[in-house]
Design a binder for this molecule. Structure first.
Ligand code: ATP
Ligand code: MG
Length: 391
């Protein structure tokens, strides 16, 4: 078998679709990055350390923003003649204080033994290293709630008071704590007092408009040119805006993009189509069950069937097109047609219940409502509704 010939070419660089990849630009996170910079620039100008909290729901860019920030801040500080270094610790993998602290020592001494030293001893080693190299270290504790739940806030307390015993005015450790939950509330009072309330940076869910440039940038760097058109990129952003755990999750958007690209390739194409995106969504977890479809009124099924047929080769259709085809379908199935007002009422309720997505906007000639599908392929939906209408 000739593998090269059988597959389409969509993905140019799969590594750029991986969750560990750190892009240069983070659309939608300018404000959070500026806040971080505002808090940390004092490290360079007046040698003071900072302790900062980043929090927000799944896939809102907390980890990637912290990584990008540390990389860029290190460069910026170097230009100003200050050496900055950072260590990134995933606390879901390193759930206890000594394992997390070991990662910090290991950063400076690759041969450091992984047992036999207490947290305090390891801290002394780090202190010496920082003084010897005249470094300011940023310790990032990602998913820090795992660590706090397992081992309390001792490590955070010690790190945040790292410089306290010294008489020298130079502070040399800063902390970035990251979690979905409000980890500030999880901290014990003693550790909490090292954190100013104002040092909390919120990462809200991404609305569709912010996912569009995020996914657009990812398309540009990871796929071949012309792999997805703008309409379909809009569809992808819309689905990612709603789907996933609670919507607004960039990780889910990137996962969908990759899956849709693979589906297109397996089908021997060089372009992602709307149906590929819906199939990808369906594979990630479809909400539209047969049970839900069965509960629909006859008239609603006709509208849905019309929408499915209109959407077979398109990302979006209009309510006008659905209504035209709806009339034909009602005749086909011998069902009485609804009048204008009731047609709208039914269509809106299909949208409210999540069977269709509708989006109304003003254009030159008045208002247009665009309709799309996100949870199921148009082909599958058509087949299911037809079977039900006949059965
Ligand atoms: N603004 C953005 N621009 C480009 N890519 C982004 C952006 N925000 C998130 N991503 C990408 O989305 C994915 C998820 O982001 P990240 O891992 O930072 O989320 P998180 O908030 O840490 O989620 P979790 O709470 O699950 O750890 C990553 O692949 C990341 O590169
Ligand atoms: Mg994360």
């Amino acid at each position: 078998m000739d593998f090269e010939k059988s597959a389409g070419k969509v993905i140019k660089d799969q590594e750029k679709l991986s969750f560990d990849f750190v892009p240069n630009d983070l659309p939608g996170r300018g404000e959070q990055t500026q806040k971080l910079f505002g808090l940390f620039k004092g490290i360079v100008s007046s040698n003071v350390s900072q302790n900062v909290f980043l929090h927000g729901p799944v896939g809102t860019g907390k980890t990637v923003t912290a990584k990008r920030f540390c990389m860029d801040f290190e460069d910026w500080a170097e230009d100003k003649g200050q050496s900055i270094d950072y260590v990134f610790i995933n606390c879901r993998r390193r759930k206890n204080n000594s394992s997390a602290m070991w990662k910090v020592v290991h950063h400076f001494d690759k041969a450091f033994p992984d047992r036999g030293f207490s947290v305090e001893e390891m801290m002394e080693v780090v202190k010496e290293k920082l003084e010897e190299k005249n470094l300011h270290l940023i310790v990032v504790l990602d998913e820090v709630d795992s660590l706090i739940q397992k081992d309390g806030s001792d490590l955070i307390y010690l790190l945040s008071r790292f410089d306290e015993e010294e008489l020298s005015p130079k502070e040399n450790i800063s902390l970035i704590l990251i979690s979905q939950k409000n980890a500030f509330e999880l901290l014990e009072e003693s550790a909490r007092s090292s954190f100013k309330r104002s040092n909390r940076i919120n990462f809200p869910k991404y609305p569709r408009e912010e996912l569009f440039p995020i996914l657009g940038d990812r398309v540009d760097i990871s796929l071949y040119p012309g792999s997805i058109d703008e309409e379909n990129l809009h569809l992808l952003s819309e689905i990612a805006g709603k789907g996933g755990a609670g919507g607004g999750d960039a990780r889910f958007g990137i996962e969908l993009l990759e899956k849709a690209a693979l589906i297109a390739e397996m089908d021997g194409r060089n372009e992602i189509l709307a149906e590929d995106i819906r199939t990808a969504k369906g594979e990630v977890g479809s909400f539209l069950t047969e049970h839900k479809l069965e509960g629909l009124k006859e008239q609603e099924k006709m509208i849905l069937l019309s929408a499915a047929r209109c959407l077979k080769d398109e990302a979006y259709t209009t309510t006008g097109d659905i209504k035209e085809l709806y009339k034909v379908i009602c005749e086909e199935h011998d069902v009485k047609k609804l009048g204008h007002t009731r047609f709208w009422t039914y269509l809106n309720s299909l949208s409210d219940e999540g069977f269709l997505n509708t989006q109304t906007f003003a254009d030159g000639s008045g208002r247009t409502t665009k309709v799309s599908l996100s949870d199921i392929t148009a082909e599958k939906l058509e087949k299911k509704v037809e079977e039900m209408a006949e059965g």
